[in-house]
Design a protein around this ligand. Structure first.
Ligand code: ARG
Length: 264
């Protein structure tokens, strides 16, 4: 697992950008995209609308992230090299199309990788930005009330297993998979720290390489977006019986809050 994850991160770092999802919708239902987009760009996921998920950021090492604060990005531990001063990461926000001239790119100043992270569980990290990105932030789940139902995932990762990073953000919906079922798929699962989602029977919808670090989110009772997961790992992408594994954000909410307070 540890090796697999590291390999994934490396592969992504050398690739370009993006989110991948394979969807179950008929091609005709795919939609809404702009006319210049090839209809083959994604099997099942759909383009996110400009402004739909304003807290989404793309990170220069090939991961996703979400604005926890205007100048703090929540991402995956496996997307960063460790903790400390770090000016080597660029976060790009404010756009669904990374080539949009309206994109705002800001450098990092510091990274906090989850204390105790060793490649299994605890897959979260915070990146402090040199300047705020003036977009709405994404609230994190502080309890497990939201760990059920359907979730939204989004990013610029591969749109199919082994595929290319995407220039335009994609989104998809994936259902919660309970720990027992997920443990059946992955013996190495850390149930208290990881949350699974995907279509167990048919597969076909998932996050993929390059989506790591990006948020998995849902609406809370008040109708506000709430981050419940961080894209972490999976065997391949969108395979039947192999759901996506996400960091269980509620487990680490207090640590994330404290960590953000410690950033310089
Ligand atoms: N570890 C991958 C990354 O670095 C994310 C893999 C997610 N895989 C999945 N099947 N949901 O981008």
């Amino acid at each position: 697992m540890q090796n697999r994850r590291k390999l994934f991160a490396r592969a992504v770092a050398t690739a370009a950008v993006a989110l991948a999802a394979v969807s179950l919708q008929p091609a005709g239902a795919a939609m809404a995209g702009t006319p210049d987009e090839p209809s083959t760009r994604i099997v099942g996921g759909t383009p996110a609308e400009q402004g739909e998920f304003p807290w989404m950021v793309r990170l220069s090492m090939g991961c996703g992230g979400a604005l926890y604060a205007k100048d703090v990005v929540l991402t995956a531990a496996h997307c960063v090299d460790g903790s400390g001063p770090n000016t080597g990461i660029t976060a790009t926000g404010g756009v669904v199309d990374l080539d949009d001239p309206a994109a705002v790119s800001v450098k990092s100043t510091e990274v906090l990788q989850a204390p105790g992270y060793n490649g299994t569980g605890k897959d979260w990290a915070l990146i402090k930005l040199a300047e705020p990105i003036d977009q709405p932030t994404l609230k994190i789940a502080e309890n497990d009330a939201g760990n059920n139902g359907d979730f939204t995932i989004a990013g610029w990762g591969a749109d199919v297993e082994g595929g290319q990073q995407q220039q335009k953000m994609l989104k998809a919906t994936v259902p919660f998979v309970d720990d027992d079922t997920c443990k059946g798929a992955y013996a190495e699962l850390v149930p208290g720290e990881e949350l699974c989602a995907g279509l167990m029977d048919q597969g076909g919808v998932d996050s993929c390489q390059g989506d790591s670090g990006g948020p998995m989110f849902r609406k809370d009772e008040a109708g506000e977006w709430l981050q419940v997961g961080i894209v972490s790992w999976g065997e391949g992408c969108a395979r039947p019986g192999k759901p996506g594994v996400y960091t269980e954000v509620s487990t680490f909410a207090a640590d994330i809050k404290a960590g953000a307070g410690q950033l310089g």
